[in-house]
Design a protein around this ligand. Structure first.
Ligand SMILES: Cc1cc2nc3c(=O)[nH]c(=O)nc-3n(C[C@H](O)[C@H](O)[C@H](O)COP(=O)(O)OP(=O)(O)OC[C@H]3O[C@@H](n4cnc5c(N)ncnc54)[C@H](O)[C@@H]3O)c2cc1C
Length: 416
């Protein structure tokens, strides 16, 4: 069914009885041309583009829980393209372009809201760094506006500008960046893939790989063996565990990242703001909650919940930036498992096992990447070659030293 205003009127007048489930619930088949492991944003987007762009007919997405129950439904929804290094620049630029048209592309409202994203600088060195980053964005064809303290006072007057420790010296605004509805993105891609015949199989965990003479022959799952010669891993925080089942050790660690939301308040923040002196960022949801987050918890974990020291740390950073936050009551907190790569950039590549492909290492930043990641992974799976805008996300960069360390902080996941 194609969603339209006419369908809303028609169904509204006939008791809303004609709406169909957004996707089918098929049992696993015996064999598929391509199996995608992980029904998060990246796995679903990959299946969608494989079917739509490359005409692959016989595809399954295997999800161990429910579609969208992982990081895609747990993130703080910031979408931006203000990276610094070649490799990241062209990839996130491509992704932002795809966001602009995503609701129309999927015929599903992903509520992309280009409300701007402001990175703050609190000393001269940081301000120079933002100027350099902004120039890189302009040179890539994306927008960037360098702002002085007066511009920022006019734009976001509720910040604490003269905080003794972290006075605000300036900032970099990307006006076309913003937020989107996270589970809407998963549901939109799921619906689009299902409409093109992809089997979306929930409660189906991959527990092993059958590898014969170095090539993939199938996957073991909690719902039986599935034959396939081609599979793509898109399991975010479970990347290193899944790769281990295929005999690989990856430069990826799993850490918890928490996020928080306050009770709904009247509109106050009409953009996304990132604090330059700590890993704190905040926006306001369409329901009115102030949504914010910060650093990863400082230890490896597969738990989808965090710990209190990080709650305190994030609250401190928030209060330093925006003291009025202290008057809002926090409603909820939650966590997701991040696939932290050693340079902060992702991997979209083949693996040493023929027919087995890897999409992972997204760190904090994989939500904004969803459209381009799905399209690039589909390209790789269908053609065997990387998409030009994802050509630098190779696994061998950790051997050659050609790292994509946008933050310049080295192999320290908590600094990315
Ligand atoms: C609190 C938080 C805030 C964030 N904020 C932002 C942000 O503002 N902007 C941004 O760009 N990014 C953000 N991110 C990061 C972003 O959410 C992730 O990088 C991105 O969603 C990861 O890709 P995914 O959607 O495919 O992952 P997921 O949704 O986690 O999908 C992976 C799926 O694989 C499944 N799976 C795992 N193992 C198996 C198995 N063996 N068999 C079958 N299925 C399996 C999981 O159940 C899961 O559904 C944030 C993340 C968190 C947790």
């Amino acid at each position: 069914m194609r969603y339209s205003a006419l369908q809303i009127v028609k169904n509204g007048l006939t008791g809303n009885r004609d709406w169909k489930p957004v996707w089918r619930d098929p049992a696993p088949g015996e064999a598929y041309d391509v199996v995608i492991i992980g029904g998060g944003g990246h796995g679903l987007a990959t299946a969608y583009y494989l079917a739509k762009t490359y005409g692959v007919q016989n595809i399954a997405v295997l999800e161990k829980g429910y579609l969208g129950g992982g990081n895609v439904g747990r993130n703080t929804t910031v979408v931006r393209a203000n990276y610094l290094l070649d490799g990241n620049l062209e990839f996130y630029s491509q992704s932002l372009k795809m966001w602009k048209n995503l609701s129309q592309e999927l015929n599903y409202n992903v509520m992309f809201s280009p409300r701007g994203c402001l990175l703050l600088a609190h000393d001269d060195g940081q301000f120079d760094g933002l100027a350099r980053r902004g120039n890189a964005n302009l040179a890539t064809g994306d927008d960037a506006v360098l702002m002085g303290p007066d511009d920022i006072r006019a734009f976001t007057p509720y910040l604490d500008f003269d905080n003794a420790r972290f006075p605000i010296r300036g900032g970099l605004l990307q006006r076309t960046a913003g937020t989107a509805r996270h589970d809407g993105v998963a549901w939109g891609y799921a619906r689009g893939a299902d409409l093109r015949g992809v089997d979306l199989i929930q409660n189906c965990e991959v527990t092993g790989f059958k590898i014969e003479n170095g090539a993939l022959a199938g996957v073991e799952t909690t719902r039986g063996f599935i034959k396939t010669a081609k599979a793509g891993m898109a399991v975010a925080g479970r990347t290193s565990q899944l790769a281990e089942m295929a005999g690989m050790r990856l430069p990826v660690e799993s850490h918890v990242l928490q996020a928080f939301v306050t009770e709904a308040v009247k509109p106050v923040i009409d953009t996304v703001i990132s604090f330059g002196m700590g890993h704190f960022y905040i926006s306001q949801s369409d329901k009115g909650g102030l949504v914010y987050g910060g650093d990863i918890d400082g230890y490896n974990s597969y738990a989808q919940r965090g710990n209190l020291p990080m709650v305190e740390h994030v609250a401190e950073a928030g209060m330093a930036l925006m003291p009025m936050l202290g008057r809002a009551r926090q409603l909820r907190s939650w966590g997701g498992i991040m696939d932290m790569s050693m340079d902060g950039a992702p991997i979209i590549d083949r693996t040493p096992v023929e027919g087995l492909f890897l999409n992972g290492g997204w760190c904090y930043g994989g939500f904004k990447a969803t459209p381009a990641s799905g399209a690039a992974f589909a390209h790789l799976l269908a053609t065997g070659e990387p998409a030009d805008y994802a050509a630098k996300f190779r696994l061998n960069r950790f051997e050659t030293g050609a790292l994509l360390d946008d933050e310049g902080t080295g192999a320290r996941p908590n600094r990315h």
